[in-house]
Design a protein around this ligand. Structure first.
Ligand code: GLA
Length: 505
């Protein structure tokens, strides 16, 4: 072997040994689910908040649905301890028993503990950041029993501006986490700056694609750049990003989502009070089909029944947690009444392939019709558009097939049942709703007992929605969609035998 080959070989070997890929850490094989305090409560964090929330996540059946990580966001520390290797100190007034005790309690409930830090000198709230302290901080987190790290981007000391610089800064923490030997889900929070979808999958389990979400459907805000058709080229951070702004950004990078590594559209706003019920249903559906992590961002202690019902829709969560792990894509977008579809209100069709639940070779398909108009709209989606990936202009073989159309919101839990679940947990009982303690929550999906992959394979009726109609070849899905709302369907191939019978009739 020549000297040159030896050197090249050594460089390649060192690349492989020094960089354990976080995407290979076995975590987030489907998008992570959980709760984070930031959207609803900001810096108002405490041990009591986390533990009360954790117990409600269990009591309300949300853990059973897959919400696993309880993530503590910013503002939890009181600096570094110079006499203990400069390790971070938990604020004793907020966490009197320390972080390890919080982790122990969460683990005893069967939940995971998420922690927050920042790839900068300070966190966004001005607390101590981890830049330059990656190893000691990763070791501290591992010693506390942390299972998840959300890693922010404030005060990054100018170590940003191109993909290599940002990647290197975030890779330092990836390597430090991997070196602890504890599996810690790594969630990058650099707001889409420097195109993390291009490099995030080599070091992390998810990456934020946008500036911070806020509880708003479509209001333009100049602090959230990249609203239009050029959002594909958005490497800029920002905040006050509406639901439709973030979904538009996601539309250009759906191909970057893969098992173990996901586009993160930011934490959910469902239940925070500033959007309508239809908008929250749409928001939850969009995040689900884009394969975003589903991290609840509301105050669970004061959750309204309607919001518990949205967050508890197992048929929608099953799309997010589908074992094939590929994001749906936007098939068309039209402006309403001649408006620019990107800056004005629009209607959109998204569809995406799901693992087959029929036992046949043909994948199921999720279909999402989005109505951005201020009034109800009759909308439709042709099989040709839904299956355009399999052949343009109606040439896809699936267009010649027949399909069962299942409404994934048809079995949304009633407000009455959700109210009974909330009341049962508070120990007050609830006679007025007609649900008793044994009925409450009975028959809901339990993903801790049977994973979504298993439930889908077993054709669990809780995951498949309600049959509304069947489509003949070259058919069209139709729905009347609420203002700022969605219609969401799972298409399942009808057996060829049935098609033949239909043809023979
Ligand atoms: C940034 C992040 C938010 C939140 C705050 C905390 O803005 O993007 O999600 O973590 O910091 O200060």
């Amino acid at each position: 072997m020549s000297f040159r080959n030896l050197v090249v070989g050594a460089v390649i070997a060192s690349l492989f040994t020094s960089r354990v890929r976080a995407v290979d850490n076995g975590l987030a094989i489907t998008p992570q689910m959980g709760w984070d305090n930031w959207n609803a409560l900001g810096c108002d964090v405490s041990e009591d908040l986390l533990l009360q929330t954790a117990e409600l996540i269990v009591d309300y059946g949300l853990q059973d649905l897959g919400y696993h990580y309880v993530v503590l966001d910013d503002c939890w520390s009181s600096g570094r301890n110079a006499s203990n290797n400069n390790s971070l100190i938990a604020d004793a007034s907020k966490f009197p028993n320390g972080m390890a005790a919080v982790a122990d309690r969460l683990h005893a409930l069967g939940l995971g503990f998420g922690m927050y830090s920042d790839a900068g000198k300070y966190t966004c709230g001005g607390y101590a950041g981890s830049l330059g302290y990656e190893t000691v901080d990763a070791d501290t987190f591992a010693s506390w029993g942390v299972d998840y790290l959300k890693y922010d981007n404030c005060y990054n000391m100018g170590q940003a501006g191109n993909q290599q610089i940002s990647e290197a800064r975030y890779a330092t923490m990836a390597n430090a986490l991997n070196a602890t030997g504890r599996p810690i889900l790594y969630s990058l929070c650099n707001w889409g700056e420097d195109y993390p979808w291009n490099w995030g999958s080599t070091i992390a389990n998810s990456w934020r694609i946008s500036g911070d979400v806020y509880d708003n459907w479509d209001t333009y805000d100049s602090r959230c750049p990249c609203t239009g058709a050029d959002a594909w080229n958005c490497g800029l951070p920002g905040f006050h990003c509406s639901i439709t702004n973030i979904m538009n950004k996601a539309s250009f990078i759906v191909s970057k989502a893969q098992p173990g590594a996901w586009n993160d559209l930011d934490m959910l706003e469902v239940g925070n009070g500033a959007m309508t019920d239809a908008e929250y249903v749409a928001h939850f559906s969009m995040w689900a089909i884009a394969k975003s992590p589903l991290i609840m961002g509301n105050d669970i202690r004061t959750i309204a029944p309607a919001d518990l019902a949205i967050l508890s829709n197992a048929a929608v969560i099953a799309v997010n947690q589908d074992p094939s792990g590929s994001s749906a894509a936007r098939r068309w977008i039209y402006g309403i009444n001649g408006s620019d579809p990107f800056t004005g209100p629009s209607i959109q069709l998204w569809s995406g392939s799901l693992k087959s639940t029929t036992g046949g070779a043909q994948s199921d398909m999720v279909v999402l019709l989005i109505n951005g108009a201020d009034e109800s709209m009759p909308m439709n989606a042709s099989l040709a558009d839904i299956f355009v990936d399999n052949g343009p202009g109606g040439t896809a073989p699936q267009v010649k097939m027949s399909w069962e159309v299942r409404d994934l919101w048809a079995n949304r839990m009633s407000d009455e049942e959700a109210a009974a679940i909330i009341a049962a947990s508070s120990g007050t009982g609830n006679v007025t709703t007609g649900y008793n303690a044994t009925e409450v929550g009975a028959g809901r999906y339990n993903a801790t007992a049977m994973s979504y992959a298993e439930g889908l394979a077993a054709n669990s009726s809780l995951l498949l929605g309600n049959v509304t109609t069947t489509l003949a070849p070259s058919g069209t899905v139709t729905a009347t969609v609420e203002p700022h709302g969605v219609a969401m369907f799972r298409l399942r191939a009808l057996p060829t035998g049935m098609m033949r019978k239909r043809d023979e009739l």
